[in-house]
Design a protein around this ligand. Structure first.
Ligand code: PRX
Length: 636
């Protein structure tokens, strides 16, 4: 019990100290007192960042669904596990109890088994935010299949890349998705994707929108009739601690997306522990995270972390603007939400709307507010604090990544003495952040600004990139010796508080979504009139960043307007609508180094309008292009 629930600053201090002085004893104590194991571990931690290899709780056997569902059946049989709120406000919410969740997961797991899915097989989930998504995640985990959830806003091409990369055998999707006043034909997208996925032999289709779909004979099946026939008992497969639980793709600065592999025991322990403390969840709370399960936030803090604590977790199908901008706040009142976790981009968008959308609702149930995914600016922070939290709810600005599995740096309500807007504040127990200078040296004094690294393993970290351990090593463990490199820059103040300043690589965060520039540029370059392109981020009031593309043309026959439309269509097809460019500037060439590399630093400054100091451009291969690009820069 000692360290599991941190209730004040003394608890945090003691836990942090113990977690640094004897990490193995610290995590062992948490693992052994708060989870159910089929067999306990032989060793708590084995690690070597030079390989890199990290193993937590080796020798242990468990099933995460027994921890998230079965063990709650005695005490919380009728408690709501998942509270589903549909897109349409007049469609009733569904309260799925732990008993019902158990039955639905077991039935789904049996359907997967009948379709020939075995432990270790990869299953792709391409679904809207409906109960079937959470249920199918858990059903895979029940039988040891590795789920790979692909956010249902990605295009057919992006879906196909992800299906093929980890060789999924089966895809779970739905006829369609409701998002605000739109209906998206998901099954059609899957059909297109599967034209280039020869190894997918089965597709299970949930019914949601009643849209007309084509079922390919022998390959596609409606889900419901199969579920109706399935038994409601399904034994939970015994998993080794380090067996993969899921793969989740995240963008890199180059190449195809990286399939981050999370394993079973460490991920479970870490997400459960961080959920409990960062949100200070207590038994009768109603917790709501507005993310999509297609992102890591949804995996860790809609599904696994909350359910491992026996929580009630809200699953919302819709969007914050439908039917009006008050939807989030209406739902807080309707379901008496106690913890609310969202992205700064949503806060900024809602803060721009009429405040009556907020004040019409009683938000007094709220106790803790959270943000995730990008830095939060002061203005948005204060709006959230005053109007949503009534200055009465601690705001947890949680910094973490797909790769870290769970929250790494964050305030803990009641424990963090002073919360400062825009600071993610202090590391959670077990996390050893360091800042590195340009020479690759640890900066031990504060204040300091540097590249954010982690010096010691934590249980929730991704263990590899699916099928490409070398890339995992090169991306995360080669920039700084013996350290995990996050790709983020950070500032640390005198009190040791961290403020994340943003990516230091070519990943751009737009509306909280991580976008690599490479796949977007590849899509642009598909256009027959384009020679090459470079995409950079520019600050945007609501989205945090927007995309600005420099495109050099080999053929100028078409109007710029037509080209812009065609380019954004290509991006929508290849990546998805979230990656569309806000601004496109056509150029005669792009500035390059003598070795032919595009100088993004210069383009970034031009796009952002900070051209006073472009640095020395005389060493460029083609310095003459810079003046013209600068002159024709577009302001939005
Ligand atoms: O740059 C950091 C930013 O989001 C990146 C991770 O993105 P992703 O893997 O998609 O995971 C997002 C949800 C965990 C980080 O490298 N980021 C995340 N949280 C914050 C943040 N930047 C500033 N403050 C945060 N609280």
């Amino acid at each position: 019990m000692k360290y599991y629930h941190l209730q004040n600053h003394e608890d945090y201090k003691a836990a942090y100290k113990a977690s640094i002085e004897s990490p193995e004893a610290f995590w062992e104590q948490i693992a052994s007192t708060h989870f159910v194991w089929k067999k306990k571990w032989d060793s708590v931690l084995n690690w070597d960042f030079t390989k890199p290899e990290v193993k937590w709780f080796e020798g242990a056997k468990l099933n995460i669904t027994e921890n998230c569902i079965d063990r709650h059946l005695e005490q919380r049989a009728n408690k709501t596990a998942i509270l589903f709120e549909p897109n349409e406000p007049n469609e009733p919410a569904q309260h799925i109890s732990y008993t019902e969740l158990h039955e639905r997961v077991c039935k789904f797991a049996n359907v997967l088994l009948q379709q020939g899915i075995k432990k270790g097989d990869r299953v792709c989930l391409y679904l809207p935010m409906i109960p079937e998504l959470a249920v199918s995640v858990l059903a895979c985990a029940r039988i040891g299949a590795v789920h790979s959830v692909v956010f249902a806003g990605f295009s057919a091409k992006a879906l196909a890349t992800r299906i093929n990369d980890c060789d999924c055998k089966l895809v779970i999707t739905s006829d369609g998705a409701f998002r605000g006043n739109k209906t998206i034909h998901l099954k059609e997208i899957v059909d297109n994707a599967l034209e280039s996925c020869p190894n997918v032999h089965k597709v299970l289709v949930a019914k949601r929108t009643q849209s007309h779909v084509h079922l390919k004979q022998g390959r596609d099946f409606w889900l419901q009739p199969l579920l109706d026939q399935a038994s409601k008992d399904c034994a939970a497969v015994s998993m080794n601690a380090e067996d993969p639980l899921f793969i989740l793709y995240t963008s890199g600065s180059t190449g195809i997306p990286k399939g981050m592999v999370h394993t079973t025991a460490g991920y479970m322990v870490y997400t459960a522990y961080t959920f409990k403390n960062v949100f200070q969840y207590t038994e009768d709370d109603v917790y709501w995270c507005t993310a999509d399960i297609g992102w890591i936030t949804g995996h860790s803090y809609i599904v696994y972390g909350p359910l491992a604590n026996g929580a009630t977790t809200v699953l919302f199908e819709g969007v914050p603007s439908y039917p009006d901008y008050g939807r989030f706040w209406q739902l807080v009142e309707k379901h008496q939400v106690t913890q609310f976790y969202t992205a700064p981009t949503a806060i900024r968008a809602l803060a721009k709307e009429d405040i009556a959308h907020v004040t019409q609702n009683d938000l007094s149930s709220l106790k803790v507010l959270g943000t995730v995914g990008e830095p939060i600016n002061e203005e948005a922070w204060h709006w959230y604090n005053e109007h949503i939290g009534n200055k009465n709810c601690p705001i947890v600005d949680t910094w973490w990544q797909t790769e870290t599995g769970g929250i790494m740096i964050s305030p803990i309500p009641n424990s963090t003495k002073r919360i400062i807007p825009t600071f993610a504040t202090l590391p959670l127990p077990g996390i050893q952040p360091v800042l590195m200078n340009e020479e690759g040296e640890v900066m031990s004094d504060s204040p300091a600004s540097g590249k954010l690294c982690i010096a010691f393993p934590w249980p929730g970290m991704a263990r590899t990139i699916w099928g490409n351990h070398e890339r995992y090593k090169a991306t995360y463990f080669s920039t700084f010796k013996n350290h995990y490199f996050t790709g983020d820059g950070a500032f640390r103040n005198k009190a040791g508080y961290y403020r994340i300043t943003g990516r230091v690589d070519d990943v751009i965060i737009v509306s909280g979504h991580n976008l690599g520039t490479a796949p977007i540029e590849d899509a642009i370059d598909e256009h027959p009139d384009v020679t090459e392109s470079a995409v950079v981020g520019v600050p945007h009031d609501i989205k945090g960043n927007a995309l600005y593309g420099f495109v050099s043309l080999k053929n100028k026959a078409k109007s710029e307007e037509t080209l812009e439309k065609e380019i954004n269509e290509l991006i929508t097809q290849h990546v998805g609508p979230i990656a569309k460019l806000q601004t496109i500037q056509f150029t005669d060439g792009l500035p390059k180094t003598r070795s032919g590399k595009i100088m993004r630093r210069i383009l970034r400054k031009i796009a952002q309008g900070t051209t006073d100091d472009l640095g020395d451009i005389s060493t460029l291969l083609n310095p003459e292009v810079v003046a013209a690009i600068k002159e024709n820069a577009k302001r939005s």
